[in-house]
Design a protein around this ligand. Structure first.
Ligand code: SF4
Length: 421
């Protein structure tokens, strides 16, 4: 989401006559688009203070801006480091703010700014902003605000431009994509939006992030399984496998309901898709060491993890986020050592499940979208969003969908050789 917002900022500054600088030392204006989801990210930005001081000694006219998800509590610290703290929702009037002009009062929608895409083959399209769910560990509803869905007509327009420009992979973005509801008529929900995008002629892989399990309807499952554009990969954040912890997190589902959902999704893809696409890859987000989480409760998460057979997982050790409910009302009482240990156990489990899941690709010829060349190899992702390392003497494969032959499967990667376009 932040990367997508940054592309709109880049476009805005270009309109103001500024050019991107390759070196921070040469810049006249530095903008930091921050994320507060982890304390480590916040600390990294606090650590910029010295660097800015040095740069300002050399260039007195240098200005610095902080934007993105900034917690109220952190603002006091950042105000001492940055010249401007700007709200991204006001992006349309940043030029006025920066030049000290009077800000015209009008309804603002920064998503109207046409982004300056940083990739020629992977495009991000925000479909909503903010969230109404108030999971107790999360600060998003406070930093990004309540859920606001974009008009489906604007989304379709943006997707069509990307398809016309031959983008190969299009991501729909939102903090909770599947609670999307078009403000035009309250009829176009997320499933209907996917259906509309599916009808756009063109050759592209459609993806989205992130959905909430509670909003994953049967209608959506069917649309996704029958879609010709949706690449079979779903990130489905579970956060925990213990019902008591889930309740404390304000996640309104049980481990049993979550696993039933996973089963339903997998079954629908098996019934509606052909070939390797029958296998939908499912990843998840897990927090270990949430306040009061006991060893027994962690074991329930371990159990859920094993049953869901996740292809990938983003495992976080709980850290209280200022402004969130858990920060204000719960004691961070699981020892750091314990959190680390639980993280390690889940990572080991992920690797063993991942390797088993990847066996279906062994010896197969599969399409891969190539992202970059690194140390003599190309790196890409297949339709299930698995990382693929490709051996090839071909020139200029970046940005193309190519065929590769998988020679070896590892827990979280596939190794392959080029097989043709
Ligand atoms: S659904 Fe996601 S963004 Fe919304 S409150 Fe929960 S964790 Fe935060």
């Amino acid at each position: 989401m932040n990367e997508s917002d940054s592309q709109r900022m880049a476009s805005l500054f270009e309109l103001m006559g500024l050019k991107e600088s390759a070196l921070i030392e040469e810049a006249d204006l530095i903008i930091v688009n921050m994320c507060s989801v982890r304390q480590s990210a916040v600390d990294r930005i606090l650590g910029l203070a010295n660097k800015f001081r040095e740069l300002k000694k050399k260039k007195r006219t240098l200005k610095t801006i902080l934007t993105g998800c900034v917690l109220e509590l952190d603002k006091k610290k950042f105000v001492k480091i940055f010249d401007f703290l700007l709200n991204k929702d006001d992006m349309e009037v940043w030029p006025e703010i920066l030049t000290g002009e009077d800000v015209i009062k009008r309804k603002r929608d920064y998503l109207r700014i046409i982004p300056k895409r940083s990739s020629t083959f992977q495009g991000f399209v925000p479909i909503s902003n903010g969230c109404d769910n108030f999971c107790t560990y999360c600060a998003v509803p406070y930093t990004r605000g309540r859920l606001r869905s974009r008009k489906h007509t604007d989304i379709l327009k943006e997707v069509k431009v990307l398809v016309k420009d031959e983008y190969k992979e299009i991501w729909l973005l939102g903090e909770n994509v599947n609670s999307y509801l078009s403000p035009i008529n309250n009829e176009v929900n997320f499933a209907k939006l996917i259906k509309m995008i599916d009808q756009i002629p063109g050759d592209f892989w459609l993806r989205f992030t992130s959905p909430h399990p509670k909003d994953f309807s049967d209608e959506l499952i069917e649309v996704l399984a029958k879609s010709t554009k949706f690449a079979p990969y779903i990130n489905l954040p579970a956060q925990s496998g213990d019902d008591i912890i889930l309740r404390k997190m304000n996640r309104p589902y049980t481990a049993k309901q979550y696993l039933e959902l996973v089963k339903k999704i997998k079954k629908s893809f098996k019934e509606n898709r052909k070939g390797l696409d029958k296998n939908v890859a499912i990843s998840t987000d897990i927090i270990v060491g949430f306040p009061t989480e006991t060893e027994e409760q962690f074991k329930n998460t371990y159990k859920l993890f094993k049953s869901a057979k996740f292809d990938m997982a983003f495992i976080a050790q709980y850290s209280p986020r200022p402004q969130s409910h858990s920060y204000k009302n719960m004691r961070d009482d699981v020892l750091k050592k314990e959190k680390k240990e639980r993280h390690k156990r889940l990572t080991e489990l992920l690797c063993s499940i991942g390797e088993k899941n990847n066996e279906i690709f062994e010896g197969r010829i599969i399409p891969v979208l190539v992202f970059e060349k690194y140390k003599g190899y190309y790196l890409g992702r297949n339709r299930q969003n698995k990382a693929v390392k490709i051996l090839s003497k071909e020139e200029n494969l970046v940005g193309k969908i190519i065929n590769v032959k998988v020679n070896r499967v590892l827990p979280l990667t596939l190794e392959a050789e080029y097989y043709g376009e």
